[in-house]
Design a protein around this ligand. Sequence first.
Ligand code: SF4
Ligand code: SF4
Length: 432
Amino acid sequence: MPDVFNWQIGRPMSYPHEERHPQWQFAFIFNTNRCIGCQTCTMACKSTWTFSKGQELMWWNNVESKPYGGYPQHWDAKLLAMLEEANPGGQVWDARSKDAASKPYGTFDGMTIFDAAEQKPRPDYGPQKALGYLPADDEWRHPNIHEDTARGDQFKQDGQYGGSARLPEHKVWFFHLARICNHCTYPGCLASCPRNAIYKRPEDGIVLIDESRCRGYRYCVEGCPYKKAIYRPTTRTSEKCIGCYPRVEGKDETISPDGAPCETRCMAACVGKIRLQGLVKIADDGKWASDPQNPLYYLIRERQVALPLYPQFGTEPNGFYIPPRWVPRPYLTQMFGPGVDHAIEQYSCPDRELLAVLQLFRAQQQILFRYEIQQGPKVAEVEVTMPDGNTKTQEIFNDTVIGYNKFDKEVVRITVEEPTFERPKEIHVNSI
Ligand code: SF4
Ligand code: SF4
C-alpha cells in the first residue's frame, strides 16, 4: 500500500490509494460541554434526507450518551478491542514528539485500521483494506440506548452520590456525543469499497457514495470505523451523510441569495449552540494552509482546543470536539488523544480572543471564512476551577466578534456579553 501523511497521528501511514487532496475541506467543531442531547440535529437530518422506506435505521446524525451508549451499539469499544487484539499493548502515543505544524498531538506509535488490516487479515472475512466489522442487525435497533445513564454507581453506597459532581473531574458522569460522518481525509469506507463507488469531492472534500456503482457488498459499513456508512435493504445499496452538499454549494436561495456556502441542516438546527462548521483551505501538499483568521483553523490548529474523535483509527477525521471538562481524563484521552489536557485547560479559562471566537458557534447559517474582533470594555472577573484543581481569575471583556462569508461580506456581529431586551409591559401584559 502507498504511504500517506496523517498529521493527526504525526506520521506517514499506509493507505490503499495514492495521496490526493481537495482544495477545501468540509470540517466542523462540536463543543460537547454544551450539548443537551435534545436531538434537534438528529431530527433535522432525518426529516431532510432519511425519511423513506428502508431508511428507518439511518441516523446520519446521531447523539449518543457516553460512556455506555453508541449507535450502532458498542461501535467504538468493539473496534478498540479489535485493534488491541491486533497489537497487544502497542496502541500508545508518544506525546513528547509534539510539533505544532506537523504533529500537534505527538506521534501515534500503534496500528491504525489500515496497518492492522495489512498485518492481521482475518480468515473469516478474507483480507480487509481497513480493519472493521459488520454490526449485527440488533445493534442498529436503538439510536440512543442508555440515554443519560451516568457512570459511577459505586458512590451511591457510601453516600457521596450528590457531592461527587465537582470540578475538575466528576466522579459520577456522562456526556452527549453528537456524531455525523467525518468526511475523513483517508476514509475507511472509500478504502474498503471494491467497486470504487465512493469518492471524495475535489472542491470540498465531502465523501459521497455513487449509488449507480454500489452493489451493496457492505464493505464500507465494515470499513468505516465510525459506522457512518449504512446499508439500505430496500435498494440493496449503502448510503451515508452527504454533508448537505447543496447547502455547502450555496444553492439554498432563502438563506444564501448570493450563493455563499451555508452550514448543514444539523448544524443550523442546533439548539445548544454547540456547532461550528467550516471549510478549511488545503495546500498542495495536503496540509492545512495557514489561515489563522479562519475560526476553525484558529480553534483547531492555533489553539488546539478542539480535537479529532479517535485519531488513532487513522482516517484523519475532519470532525473535531471540545472535550467535556468534567469527565475523567483517561476516558477522554483514549477517545480524543493526548491533546485533552491542553484543550481542557484552554477551554476552562479562555483568554480574550478565544472567548470572542467561541461566540461564533451557531450564530448564523452561512459558513464563516474569516473573523475580526473589536475590543470592548472589561465587564467582569470570575473565579474558575482549572484542570489541576487550582483556581484562576478570568477577566471578561465585552468584545464584538464579526464573521465574514466566502465573499468577505459581514454575516454576523455578536458581543461576548449577551444583550438583554426588555419587552414593554403595555404590549406584553401576560409575559413572564
Ligand atoms: S466517517 Fe466513515 S463514512 Fe464518513 S468518510 Fe469517514 S470512513 Fe467514510
Ligand atoms: S441539536 Fe445541538 S444541543 Fe441538541 S442534541 Fe444536537 S448537537 Fe446536542
